[in-house]
Design a protein around this ligand. Structure first.
Ligand code: NAP
Length: 315
């Protein structure tokens, strides 16, 4: 398999890079200057048969079209919104993803963001470091335990969030495309009704045409001035301009965001807000999970090139 070219879109883990280099001819696309990317692809188009993408940089139609011998896109992520699946279907390109490796990590982060937002942990940390502790006490914050939690998308991550929030005594309700017959949580067919009936709204659904800006002005207003919005899914699910104005105008109580609409751009109005906790799209960024995700990518590539069934096929 050493002669097979694999195009890695982002650095991801050192372990993955080492293993890909050991088994294949590895091309590190992020190291190619933007102005040379097209000529680089042309030069190596014969040998590149696999692309390794993730949830931030996927494979669009232009990239896929420039690789005539492409056979498989192995995603290092569970989200597939950055891969042009229609184009892959047209071209008969196989796609694999890493769906079962990261739900607990991402759910942990959702809980962290919710608690950090309500208990103002980042602000409290700055308070202690600033040295004012001897002069005054830190302000009172809001409790997490027992608050009603609404989850948009009761899939792998959403279910893991529900399990965790239940342990904190939080009543759970959810919205998704379909009601889950084996779930005991309250189902809301309309996301606005979910927002009206919970105190913490956590976004855990896939990004698709139908979910783009599903969290709009009306939904944010329904959550209200004491409500908290958490997003560990994808930035464009929330209308970010509306989120920023609701926070500035006090129509929303706070937000914890691992993902933003135009990553890596951060709206400058968010930077100065103490009721907002930000993390840099790190839902799966633990040593353990990144190793497991890399192993899934490697196993899918090996299966494909040995003409065996993929471990985690999308198509
Ligand atoms: P999943 O198991 O496929 O669950 C996706 C959920 O989204 C399902 O409950 C689905 O509802 C719901 N959904 C899809 N389309 C919808 C729509 N039009 N309206 C309402 N709900 C809709 O996926 P997962 O593994 O839990 O991951 C969820 C998302 O998290 C991924 O797509 C990815 O974008 C994101 N993610 C983020 C990070 C991070 O680092 N922050 C890491 C991993 C994943 P049904 O069950 O009714 O179909």
């Amino acid at each position: 398999m050493e002669s097979i070219g694999v195009l890695l879109m982002r650095p991801l883990s050192t372990y993955l890079q080492e293993e890909l280099s050991r088994c294949f001819t590895l091309f590190k696309f992020w190291q190619v200057p933007s102005s040379s990317k097209a000529s680089f692809l042309k030069q190596h188009s014969e040998s590149i048969k696999a692309v390794v993408a993730n949830g931030v940089i996927g494979a669009d139609a232009v990239l896929i079209d420039s690789l005539p011998n492409l056979e498989i896109i192995a995603s290092h992520s569970s989200g597939l919104d950055k891969i042009d699946l229609v184009k892959c279907k047209e071209r008969g390109i196989r796609v694999s993803y890493a769906p079962n490796t990261s739900a607990s990590e991402v759910a942990d982060l959702a809980m962290l963001l919710a608690m950090a937002t309500l208990r103002r942990i980042c602000e409290a940390d700055r308070f202690v470091r600033s040295g004012v502790l001897k002069k005054c006490d830190f302000k009172l914050t809001m409790k997490f335990s027992g608050k009603s939690v609404g989850i948009v998308g009761l899939g792998r991550i959403g279910s893991a969030i529900a399990k965790r929030a239940e342990a904190f005594g939080c009543p759970i309700s959810y919205h998704s495309r379909s009601q889950k017959p084996d779930s005991r949580y309250k189902y809301y067919p309309q996301v606005i009704d979910l927002a009206s009936n919970c105190q913490i709204l956590i976004i855990a659904c896939a990004l698709a045409v139908e979910t783009h800006h599903i969290i709009n002005r009306e939904v944010i207003n329904a959550l209200g001035p004491t409500g908290v919005l958490i997003n560990i899914a994808r930035g464009p699910i929330i209308d970010e301009a509306e989120l920023v104005s609701a926070l500035l105008e006090g129509r929303l109580g706070g937000a914890g965001l691992d993902v933003l609409e135009n990553e890596p751009e951060v709206p400058k109005q968010l930077i100065g807000l103490d009721n907002v906790v930000l993390s840099p799209h790190v839902g799966t960024c633990t040593v353990e999970t990144r190793k497991a995700m890399a192993d899934v990518v490697l196993a899918n590539l090996e299966a494909h090139f040995l003409k065996k069934p993929l471990l985690t096929p999308v198509m």
